[in-house]
Structures are given as C-alpha cells and as structure tokens.
Design a protein. Structure first.
Length: 231
C-alpha cells in the first residue's frame, strides 16, 4: 500500500505492507519504527480512550487507533495529515492548546455545590438531567469534531463543538452550581449561536456523541434565561 504523509508543506511517500486487522495507527507506527524514525505523531492508549491519535485520513478527521485500514484505504492508497483547524507542531502532531483553552472559556470545569465534608450527591440514573449528562460525558477530547467543523475554520474564535458539548453536559449536571455563568460564557458571538448546525461534528465523533444536539440545547437554555431576565 502507498501511504502519503503530509510533512510540512510537502507529502512524503512510503510503501507499507498490508496486515490483517491493521489500523491506521499501526501504519503510522510501522513507518516511524521501520522506515523513518524522524516522523512525528502522537498516541498513548491505542484503545480509543485517550483521544491523542486523531489525524486526517484521506481528508477526513478520524481516531486512528480504532480505524481499520480496510475501511478507509482507496485504490491501495492512504493519505495522512495533521488534524485540520489546529496549528501544526510537526508532521502529524498538532498543538491542542487552543482547543482546550476553549473548554476553559466555555467554563468546562465542574463546580460542585458541596464541600469535601458533605456526603456524595447521588443522581438517579433514570432522571432526565442525568440522561442528558450521560449523553455527552464520554467525550475523549480527541478534536475530531473540531477538525470537522467549518465554522471553526471560518471563525477561529468560535468555541467549537467539543467545548460546547462539555458546557451543555455541565449545565445539565444537577450537582454543579455555575450554570448561569456558563450560559453567559457560551452566549457570545463565538459561542453556541455561531453554530450553523452542519452536523459534521456529530457525523464524525468516534464516540457517537452529538455536539449538534448539545449546542441546540444551549441555544434553547440561553434563550430561556434571556426571556426570564437571568442573562
Ligand atoms: S453542528 Fe455546529 S459545531 Fe457541529 S460541525 Fe456544524 S457548525 Fe460545527
Ligand atoms: S465530542 Fe466526540 S469528536 Fe469531539 S472531542 Fe469529544 S469525542 Fe472527540
Ligand atoms: S491512541 Fe488513545 S484514542 Fe487512539
């Protein structure tokens, strides 16, 4: 199989043998360990947990440790590149700082009401708010949705699908007491209202989350808070 890897402005070509059940990450690892030790890429868990192995595969953002070559190879060719919409550090490695800075801007950290002296707060699994939290909590921060979003490309200030999904998850968490502050943080020009509901984020999310639905929920909650005079 021919593998073209974007390295800076140019593509470098490698010949990689096909293997049964081979993943795209296996291909990159083979290149780096066998053909070219100077190739830079990032991974940690290899089992779809850490979110660090995402890259562009034939121009589509994907987690590479769980993407089988058989599913994506075209005419015995693969083209690999760094995730879109993020600054490249080197080869296949991008700088995730702005991605996670946006989580902070969207107030993506849990702010509990209780102190360490209190007992645990239990949230019944069947309660509506718990279901909304569970729908978004499994985000692994891979950046695939961020790379898939055209609004991020057009407006680099846009908070993006992952940060907004995180904000919505916390807005629904009954143990958190900073919802209004969070809604304020996501209601500006670069927040939820900038989303055009293109759904590319949801189509691409490897954890089958729906940032599009989360953003729609934020839009409704912001509108409700404005009507009630809370924002
Ligand atoms: S639904 Fe919104 S956040 Fe998701 S890709 Fe489209 S514009 Fe981006
Ligand atoms: S929402 Fe999905 S695609 Fe986006 S960072 Fe989280 S796990 Fe990755
Ligand atoms: S290496 Fe951890 S998600 Fe792929």
């Amino acid at each position: 199989m021919k593998v073209l890897v974007k390295r800076g402005e140019a593509f470098q070509e490698y010949e990689v043998p096909r293997q049964p059940s081979q993943t795209v990450l296996d291909v990159v690892t083979y290149i780096q360990r066998t053909l070219d030790p100077t190739l830079a890429y990032r991974f940690a868990c290899r089992v779809g947990m850490c979110g660090s192995c995402a890259m562009m595969v034939n121009d589509v953002p994907r987690w590479t440790c769980r993407t089988h070559v058989d599913r994506v190879v075209k005419k015995d060719h693969l083209t690999l590149g760094p995730l879109r919409n993020l600054p490249v550090i080197r080869d296949l490695v991008v700088d995730m700082r702005e991605f996670f800075d946006k989580w902070a801007r969207a107030k993506g950290e849990f702010r509990g009401r209780l102190t360490r002296q209190d007992d645990f707060e239990r949230v019944p699994p069947a309660s509506p708010s718990r279901k909304l939290v569970d729908a978004g909590i499994e985000c692994i921060g891979c950046g695939v949705c961020y790379a898939a979003c055209d609004v991020v490309k057009w407006n680099p200030d846009y908070l993006g699908p992952a940060a907004l999904n995180r904000a919505w998850t916390l807005v629904n968490d009954v143990r958190d007491n900073k919802s209004m502050e969070r809604l304020r943080a996501v209601s500006g020009d670069a927040g939820c209202h900038a989303c055009h509901s293109h759904v590319s984020c949801t189509e691409r999310c490897p954890k089958h989350l729906s940032p599009t639905a989360a953003i729609a929920g934020l839009k409704r909650s912001v509108a409700k808070a404005v009507l009630q005079g809370d924002l």
